[in-house]
Design a binder for this molecule. Structure first.
Ligand code: NAD
Length: 338
């Protein structure tokens, strides 16, 4: 079957982006001077990385192990489309970790069997501390051509799979009053992408999960964050021109993931775009909005009249939670008392 690369960028488009990036590089923050910072170590922490047989997951697993963690390298070993299975992918990464003097065990279950993956961590190492939900597949098609199985398969691996693994680990993280969970979102979910309705739905869904688990986990010492990575892997091979692909090394994503999995990280509920040696933080922004008199109601014509103002981001707000998000609405009710 011919592969369709809806996400593909043409070389010309990327050249333009790179040229624009070059012109605007003064807008980038350079890393501040390196002061004395504690080494980020995960000595004896037990880390599950799903989909770690290749690509980004492999790079995460190797770096966690290099920082002293014991790693459960999970991978079903199927194709990018989610077909087939093979034990060798996870096994090879475990061999790499052991050859470098680290500790790892392989797990070949699908993330749909999340409880088994957590069981393996408990059986092998007696605990679980960090869960990196990374496993993923693609079933790119325009919405018009998408069938139920394309929708369902992508949902099953990304959302249901991440749920199953995290749900099984959660009581253990709570009990020990310490845990880190990292979800892998995507710019396709944040911004949308042609041919990725299923994938975009799943990936932004994981950010919704991140936000609520961050709230519920905080008092139990569990911090939950999400990344939207870009890396040259089999998933993006053919989408990105080779000369850029080679520079988007998966290893350039993993330092953020290891930091989010560490003691040093204290942030929770946050979303980062990361790749090519760059990390940025994403947040919601909402206009101040327009308040009509709720006692009178208002008409579609008034909406049309105020359209520009509704979308005016001058003085925009960045609500941190649902309560803060309600501030302007409540202010409007107060402005027009009964
Ligand atoms: N590479 C990118 O630019 C990019 C961009 C945005 C998001 N992502 C996300 O990053 C994650 C890693 O992707 P990648 O680029 O390394 O691709 P990849 O295909 O190299 O890695 C995904 C891994 O997940 C495994 N996997 C798939 N289904 C599984 C299942 N049911 N159970 C266990 N393992 C399973 C695959 O065997 C594979 O090894 C994915 O969630 C992907 O959606 C990647």
């Amino acid at each position: 079957m011919a592969r369709r690369y809806y996400q593909a960028f043409s070389l010309r488009e990327l050249d333009c982006l790179l040229a624009a990036g070059g012109r605007h590089s003064a807008d980038l923050n350079l890393p501040g001077a390196l002061g004395m910072s504690e080494p980020v170590l995960l000595q004896d922490r037990v880390v599950i990385v799903t989909g770690a047989g290749g690509g980004l997951g492999r790079a995460h697993a190797l770096l966690f192990a290099a920082r002293g963690a014991k790693v459960v390298v999970n991978d079903l070993g199927g194709s990018t489309h989610g077909e087939g299975a093979s034990a060798s992918a996870a096994y090879r990464v475990v061999q790499e970790i052991r050859a470098a003097g680290g500790s790892a065990v392989a797990n070949h279950d699908s993330v749909s069997q999340g409880a088994r993956i957590v069981e393996q961590a408990l059986d092998s190492y007696g605990r679980v501390d960090v869960v990196v939900n990374n496993a993923g597949i693609l079933r790119d098609k325009t919405f018009h051509k998408m069938d139920d199985s394309d929708w369902e398969q992508v949902y099953q691996v990304h959302v249901e799979g991440a749920y199953k693994v995290t749900r099984a680990a959660w009581p253990h993280l709570r009990e020990q009053n310490w845990g880190r969970v990292i979800f892998t979102a995507s710019t396709s979910g944040i911004y949308g992408n042609f041919g990725q309705a299923n994938y975009g739905m799943a990936k932004l869904g994981l950010y919704g999960l991140t936000r609520t688990l961050a709230i519920e986990g905080r008092k139990h010492g569990i911090l939950v964050n999400a990344i939207a990575p870009t890396g040259g892997t089999r998933m993006t091979e053919g989408l990105i021109p080779p000369q850029v692909f080679e520079r988007l090394k998966p290893e350039l994503v993993s330092p953020l993931v290891v930091y989010l999995g560490s003691e040093q990280c204290q942030g929770s509920g946050e979303l980062f775009e990361v790749g090519g040696g760059w990390i940025g933080k994403v947040r919601w922004e909402r206009s101040l909005g327009v308040g009509f008199d709720p006692r009178e109601g208002f008409t579609p014509e008034q909406v049309a009249q105020q359209w520009e103002h509704i979308g005016d981001f001058e003085g925009a707000v960045h609500p941190q939670d649902s309560l803060q998000a309600l501030q302007q609405m409540m202010a409007n009710l107060q402005k027009y008392p009964l």
